[in-house]
Design a protein around this ligand. Structure first.
Ligand code: GLA
Length: 375
């Protein structure tokens, strides 16, 4: 893929370019906690977006997306937002850099990726982190890594319509080979956790139900949480007790109650998983993953029939832990599977899913990999 991206650059723009890469992510536990000021537990993966890029000395950006076979040309002023949806991510990154005082100009670029789109592995954050990292480097802006992640997040908010948290961009920028990261989304302190559970493997099963967080109920979930936090007189749901939620139950809608109930419970599960990881107790990690799934399904209501089916199949097959991953509404499940069960589980999941829904889920192996960088 890297070679294809480079060759396309030479074909379109001739001369030389610098290559950058930025990965997608997985998340072990801590879903929909980031915008609630809570903890998340992501890691960058070996599925990435790659760009070849060179400054062109003009005020125009010319970008070619190999996966779409499409070019977008746009200026850097607010009114220059391009027509192509995929280009909004790049345009947004440019605009957010300029808003922060970054002196940037035009550039030429080609890019491609193998982060599956809409599968819950954060292809859009990978794209934002890719261009944020590249422009920071090529224009010598000296922006620190947290701010680069915030630039990606602000791009989602202001140019793509998703009021996301910081997890995906953080993971794509800060990823480290072999390590998951526990990030406290309130203080922004984080810790690397080496993750290579002996005797277990991580497996992603993509339901191929396409989720699009843009204009989706994702933002509604966030608003529910904010309403409950405000009712409790708090900035975030993070740190609120179940008791305090029970105390205001009569004053909030049934729906908002369920959303907050899930988030407060998830808080405890992330801490339980950290503790279990330190003890090497993967069975506990797995139990928490299942609890997260059913909370996401029944209380947060971001699952779907296909994802629930995959988690049930995992549970019946004796898989250690399984849950939907990412924003939800489709995409994949993340499974913590004992090595001896691995092949058997894949076989069972593929055939049972196909019998039920008429197509097989896509199987993805993931390797925990480094974050965004110049190649
Ligand atoms: C999406 C968002 C993240 C996070 C997850 C759910 O991936 O981009 O900020 O909220 O959903 O955990």
């Amino acid at each position: 893929m890297r070679e294809k991206v480079y060759n396309k650059f030479v074909e379109l723009f001739s001369g030389e370019a610098t290559m950058f890469a930025a990965p997608g992510r997985i998340n072990l536990i801590g879903e929909h906690t980031d915008y609630n000021g809570g903890f998340v537990f992501p890691g960058a993966i070996d599925k990435e977006m790659v760009a070849a890029i060179r400054l062109n000395g003009t005020d125009k950006v010319r970008v070619y997306a190999l996966d779409m076979n499409q070019e977008s040309i746009f200026g850097l002023e607010e009114e220059d937002k391009p027509a192509e949806t995929w280009a909004h991510y790049i345009f947004g990154v440019c605009r957010e850099m300029i808003k922060r005082g970054g002196k940037i100009g035009g550039f030429d670029a080609t890019f491609a990726g193998n982060v599956p789109l809409g599968a819950g592995m954060s292809s859009s954050a990978a794209l934002e982190s890719l261009f944020a990292t590249a422009l920071n480097d090529l224009f010598n802006l000296g922006i620190d890594k947290f701010e680069l992640a915030r630039i990606g997040q602000a791009t989602e908010h202001n140019y793509c319509g998703v009021k996301c948290g910081i997890m995906d961009q953080f993971a794509s920028i800060f990823g480290k080979e072999g390590c998951l990261m526990r990030l406290d989304c309130r203080s922004m302190e984080f810790e690397y956790f080496p993750f290579s559970p002996k005797g277990y493997k991580l497996l992603l099963l993509d339901s191929k139900v396409k989720h699009a967080l843009v204009g989706s109920p994702y933002n509604d979930r966030r608003e529910s949480c904010e309403r409950v936090a405000a009712k409790l007189g708090r900035e975030f749901l993070r740190g609120a007790s179940m008791q305090s939620l029970e105390d205001i139950k009569g004053e909030i809608s049934e729906e908002d109650y369920k959303r907050a109930y899930y988030v407060i419970g998830e808080e405890a599960r992330v801490l339980s998983v950290c503790d279990a990881l330190q003890k090497g107790d993967y069975e506990q990690v797995g139990r928490d993953m299942y609890a997260t799934h059913w909370g996401l399904s029944k209380d947060y209501e971001v699952s779907c029939e296909e994802l629930d089916f995959l988690v049930n199949v995992a549970q019946e097959a004796g898989v250690t832990g399984s849950r939907l991953m990412g924003g939800g509404f489709g995409g994949c499940t993340i499974n913590l599977v004992k090595e001896e069960l691995y092949d058997h589980f894949i076989g069972t999941a593929l055939s049972r899913f196909k019998d039920q829904f008429g197509h097989e889920p896509q199987v993805y192996d993931v390797v925990i990999s480094p974050g965004a960088r110049r190649l």
